[in-house]
Design a protein around this ligand. Structure first.
Ligand code: IMJ
Length: 277
């Protein structure tokens, strides 16, 4: 009979042995990741997981201030390009496609992990949403997937995977989510139509519906800790999800393991979406 310590060491050794034989899921793949703002961003955890699985990355940043942050993160990863990208600017998307084409290597995966709505639209009643606020949320949070897919598809010459991040507020009324819920509904429908269009080019398009995670854009939300507490008390798994769990699902969708999966919403939310009450 082994002592606890020995048993643990044996277990660790087996895992190390196992890992040596486990192929990396994204070995040889080139992935574009949009939406890293800081180390709490889901896109940051996704980049980490893609690196762990052997992918080469292209990363984008928004505005001059973010450039240095992304450059620092990139030190630890295999990064082939760091590019500026405001998704509301067609010329910046065209420049990204041009820069990636110049690398003359096929693109295999895109991760779209970004959104924006005016802060006041996430606290006032939805009924008060201005036309401009509504259109801004749609432009940044939903149309951007269409624009990014159109720019990236011609580079995905071996087929590929496009994944976006969504939230349950797209189909259920969540306090304060408001105009973002409508934008996520539009994002999810866009994901399905893109999957319909791009399937012929062997490009899969899917969404991950993540449970609440304390990112910078969630931190700004009133009563966010209440939302986290409610998940712990009601979700089937009785806990919140971790960024790494969302990231591992993004690895799956980008990998050949998901070769038959397109037009899907993968819920990574401790099961919260099945609950009626
Ligand atoms: C955002 C608002 C209200 C409720 C919310 C969220 N819940 C969750 C989020 C319950 C989980 C985070 N989320 C899923 C988002 O899509 C956030 C988008 C967002 C957040 C901000 C905050 C700062 C700002 N604009 C934003 N635009 C989009 O100025």
């Amino acid at each position: 009979m082994l002592t606890g310590e020995l048993r643990n060491s044996a277990r660790r050794h087996n895992f190390v042995t196992l890992k040596r034989f486990m192929a990396k899921l994204l070995e040889g793949k080139f992935a574009l990741i949009l939406g890293i703002a800081n180390k709490w961003s889901l896109a940051y955890s996704i980049a980490q997981a893609f690196h762990r699985e052997g992918a080469t990355l292209a990363l984008t940043y928004l505005g001059g201030k973010q450039k240095q942050t992304i450059e620092e993160f990139a030190q630890g990863w295999n990064v082939a390009a760091i590019l500026p990208c405001d998704v509301t600017k067609d010329d910046e998307l065209a420049a990204i496609a041009e820069s990636l084409r110049a690398l003359s290597r096929p693109l295999h995966a895109v991760v779209h992990s970004l959104a924006f709505a005016n802060r006041e639209d996430l606290s006032h009643p939805f009924c008060e949403t201005s036309r401009a606020g509504f259109l801004l949320a749609q432009d940044v949070s939903a149309y951007s997937l269409v624009a990014v897919a159109r720019a990236a598809a011609p580079l995905m010459t071996e087929g590929g995977s496009i994944s976006t991040l969504t939230y349950l507020g797209s189909t259920r009324v969540m306090p304060n989510y408001n105009v973002m819920g409508v934008a996520k509904a539009s994002l999810e429908a866009s994901m399905r139509y893109l999957a319909g269009d791009l399937g012929q080019q062997k490009i899969r398009v899917n969404a991950i519906s993540a449970g609440p995670v304390k990112t910078a854009s969630a931190r700004a939300v009133k009563d966010f800790s209440t939302i986290l507490d409610i998940t712990v008390s009601r979700a089937p798994l009785r806990r919140n999800v971790e960024p790494a769990e969302v990231a591992d699902s993004a690895v799956f969708l980008a990998s050949d393991l998901a070769r038959g999966v397109t037009g899907n919403i993968l819920f990574v939310d401790s099961g919260m979406h099945i609950m009626g009450f």
